[in-house]
Design a protein around this ligand. Sequence first.
Ligand code: 5CA
Ligand code: ZN
Length: 465
Amino acid sequence: MNKDSEFSEWYTNILFEADLIDSRYPVKGMYVWRPYGFKLRNLIYGILRKIMDEEHEEVLFPLLIPKNEFMKEAEHIRGFENEVFWVTRGGSEELDVPLALRPTSETAMYPMFKLWIRSHADLPLKIYQIVNTFRYETKHTRPLIRVREITSFKEAHTAHATWEEAEEQVKRAIEMYKKFYDELGIPYLVTKRPDWDKFPGADYTVAFDTIMPNGKTLQIGTVHHLGDNFARTFDIKYEDENGEHRFVHQTCYGISERCVSAVISIHGDSRGLILPPKVAPIQIVIVPILMSDDERAMEVSREIERLLTSKDYRVLVDNGEERPGAKFYKWERKGVPLRIEIGPRDVSERRVTLVPRDTLQKRGVALDKLLEEVEQEMKEIEKRLSQRAWKKFRERVRKCEDLKEAREIVGVALLPWCGEEDCGKKIEEETAKDLLGEVVELRERSRCIICGRETERTIAIAKSF
Ligand code: 5CA
Ligand code: ZN
């Protein structure tokens, strides 16, 4: 199946065929992580967790938010009220105060921030949690991409003394997310969302978007400067050095299981998954090719398994009953980055065959060189996956001269834009694409594609998930 031209089918198919997700759970927008998928998820989140742990402390807040707290921040309510699931009964009794299933945790956390933050010595406060959140999505739901139970919502929340310090944190968060996606070899475009479409309650929002195989963009993370908007609503103040009481300034930033869907979709090919070694549940599969009663290939397999396991590789020896061809096919589909084949001739010559999943180019290697060769090959696979992904990504981001070209492009179009909402909306209409945001790093003199005013701004638009 062609991944680019039949992406939807490819995606649905691979989630099932590679034992990642079961979509048959009988609630719309809710899916089951199967063991192999959950291992992949945990390895990816291990990287994210490590990055977070460097400067945040992990917490765990309740899932339910009392309605009175949820309804405090006007913008926030307006943004989320149509997406909230409510708990209104306990047993057969109506609850006095209905409880919202968190769609995100600002209104759960910030009443507690008010209790925790007293003085400037309590700042900055930086916490994160990885939890499930619920959103009653009305657009077409799709596993990992648009779900009603976000099972793996990493949300970080910080509080600072000043607006400028919060802005510094926004920049740090952007760097953290870049590092995370660089480790996964996932390309991204960082833009500032237009004012009329920022996170409800934020001063501004920065978004990370990647491009999926069919050319549609997927927002894979956001960073928000919340200013003192929530601090004013939830009365979060600190006493400064001079004894004055001031509102804190806050940020929050989130990543969901969309990061897993990006790894699956961007690196995979028509045969199935191709997993970067860092996050592959099985990094190396060893396939002994046994001749009738010759058990030596099996013995060598065990020897290699011991060797690689002692170096902390995640290894599997496939000594099942299937033919070697069927085994190759199975592990290729599951994206195992490296296969080691051991044939009868290899045994007597003390050599094996290495087959990297991305190129499938076979290469003979002497047994006593195996460890170095494997280590080298793993690095090469990781590098090739990242390079290939970025190359394709760059080919799909293009500066456009006019609206017609922008409409026709598959991927992201860059256009000069004056910054006005009217012109932004017009661009969306005329190109039948969505506005991702302003490419802040790209500033050059030009004229707004709609009104002709002079501008240095560039806007990114695309068809998006
Ligand atoms: N409180 C902030 C940051 S913690 C927040 O909720 N931001 S958000 O609404 O932009 O969500 C963060 C990220 O979660 C989004 O960038 C997107 O990548 C992902 N996301 C949002 N809704 C869904 C959904 N229904 N399914 C999967 N991922 C989602
Ligand atoms: Zn304009």
